[in-house]
Structures are given as C-alpha cells and as structure tokens.
Design a protein around this ligand. Sequence first.
Ligand SMILES: NC(=O)c1ccc[n+]([C@@H]2O[C@H](COP(=O)([O-])OP(=O)(O)OC[C@H]3O[C@@H](n4cnc5c(N)ncnc54)[C@H](OP(=O)(O)O)[C@@H]3O)[C@@H](O)[C@H]2O)c1
Length: 309
Amino acid sequence: MKAVCIYSCGGPEVLVYEDAPGPHPGAREVLVRIHAAGINPVDWKIREGHLKEMLNHTFPFVLGWDFSGVVESLGSGLARLKAGDEVFSRPDIARDGAYAEFIAVKESEVALKPKSVDHIHAAAMPLAGLTAWQTLFDAGGLSSGQRVLIHAAAGDVGHLAVQLAKWKGAHVIGTASARNHDFLRKLGVDQVVDDDTERFEDVVQPADVVLDTMGGETQERSWKVVKPGGILVSVANPPKAGTAAKYLVRQAFVFTQPNAAQLGEIAKLADPEKLKVIVETILPLSDATRGQEPSERGHGRGKIVLRVV
Ligand SMILES: NC(=O)c1ccc[n+]([C@@H]2O[C@H](COP(=O)([O-])OP(=O)(O)OC[C@H]3O[C@@H](n4cnc5c(N)ncnc54)[C@H](OP(=O)(O)O)[C@@H]3O)[C@@H](O)[C@H]2O)c1
C-alpha cells in the first residue's frame, strides 16, 4: 500500500511517501480502506519525538491518528461491523497511523461514520471531537446552565468544544484573535474575548470549567477564572501538582483515548448538523509534508485533511 512513514524523528523532511507492507487485522480487529486522514498537532509532535518514551514506536512507522474509510475485512471474533461499513476513528496512537491506504484497528476504536457527512469531513472529527467530549464531559462534568471558558475556541478542538458545550446548554466564553470573532459568534459563543487586546482574567466572570488548549502562561493566568470548586482541564500540559488546591479548585490533564461509544454519540450529533467540523484544506496523501506545516505554525481556522481515495 502507499503510506507516509518516518524512519527517524525530525522536521517535515523525515516524512517519506512510499510503498509499505499492508496491515492484517488481528483478533477483534478490522481492516479499513482509508478514504481520508485528518492532520492534528500530535502528528508533528510525534514526528519530532516529543512522546517517544510514552509511545515506544518502532521505526519505520506510519503517522496520523484520525481517519474515515470503509471496512475491507474482519479479524476473528467480530459481530458489530461488517465489510462495506463506512466508519471513522481515532485509533490507538501507539500503533501505525492513518496516513496510508489501509489500517488495522481494534473494533472498540471504530464507529459508524455519520451518514450525511462525507469522508473528508468525517476524518476531521474523531480526534478533536473526542478531545472536546472527554475534556468537557468526562473530566469537566459540564452540565446545562454552567459556564465554560474555552481557550483557542476557533481551533480544531476549540470549535467542536464550543458546539458540544452549547448543545449541553452551557454558557460559553471563547478566546480567539480578532479574525475569528465572527466565526465564534456564528457558532453561538456567548462572550468572545480578544486574545490580542484583552486579558481574559480581567473581563471573564469565573467559570465552572476552563478548557486549556494552550498551556504555559495561558494556563497560569487561568486559575483566577475558575470558580471555587470548579475545574481547569488541560490538554496542553499537565498543571503543576498542588496548584489547583491553592485556588480552591480542581485540575485535570486529559490525553484523549479511543472510544467507539463516544464517537457514536458524536456521529448522532453530526448527522442532523448539530455538530459541524470546518475543513480548511484538502491535500493528496502524497502531500502530507505540506499538510503538517500549517498545523505546526498554529494555522488558524479549520482542519487539514489528506485525501486518500
Ligand atoms: N492531550 C491531548 O490528548 C490533546 C488532544 C488534542 C489536542 N491537543 C493539543 O491541544 C492543542 C490545540 O489543538 P488543536 O488541534 O485545536 O490545534 P489548532 O487547531 O492548531 O489550534 C490552533 C488555534 O490556537 C489559537 N492560538 C492562540 N495562540 C496561539 C499560538 N501562540 N500559536 C498557535 N495558535 C494559537 C489559534 O487561534 P486564534 O488565531 O484565534 O488565536 C488557532 O486557531 C495542541 O497543542 C494539541 O497538541 C492535545
């Protein structure tokens, strides 16, 4: 099969588009013919070697952990899916990824793709959508009527988090640079904070949940805007132990996990367009290098997706 592999960690030049051996599905796994693969920041972070101790990949391996495709064949012991099913997934990040024509994944990581959403848009949803779901609902416990502050609300995770929080009935505050303000208002954000001209801690009333997608200084300044008893949930860097207790709040770090049941919920919202993902750029699989560059620069608005079929 054609795939984009790396033989060592490094810059965009280490990506190699080549013929690679095709995978075989093991027990309780499916082989999927990939139609489209989403690009996420974790792709270039792994390419650069940031998570190497945690993931223990063996070179060469395939990058990319977001895809939509069609079940080609089944391993043993499966009943839920059949060949020909259209599926989407954020598979196990410790295994070969989805910048490829085929992938073997556990059945428990795969859900039926939303029927009304094409493969390009479906491939853009799983990783960012599961991240939003697991931070807001599993870690944050966000419920109707609560206030949530979402940092980088126009980003890939952010714009899906905004829509899920609105669906839940929360009051949503989002930070973004000026070019994204109209976009956020159209998504239903109740209070838009300008990253460049305002300090969010000066203009935001404390929130029950703060979703920190930026880490660093943004995280440090965020403690002041968590309500007593509320929670700061980060996906950027784990908060220093004990910091939350000083502010009488709680803290969590989420590393997104595959979850077919939650993807099924996301598909149910995507079909009637209660949840829409914005795709900015579509590139052929062979152009993965060009796709990762804007992600690495903090590209702005909308996902970048590789078309495989
Ligand atoms: N722990 C996990 O499992 C997990 C899962 C998913 C994502 N993440 C992490 O969460 C972060 C966000 O992911 P994403 O997919 O939403 O990324 P993204 O779409 O690339 O987010 C970029 C957004 O951040 C905003 N931004 C603000 N300051 C920025 C700066 N200094 N540099 C770049 N962008 C800046 C930009 O919006 P404005 O121009 O409006 O400011 C832009 O829309 C990444 O670090 C990613 O690795 C972690």
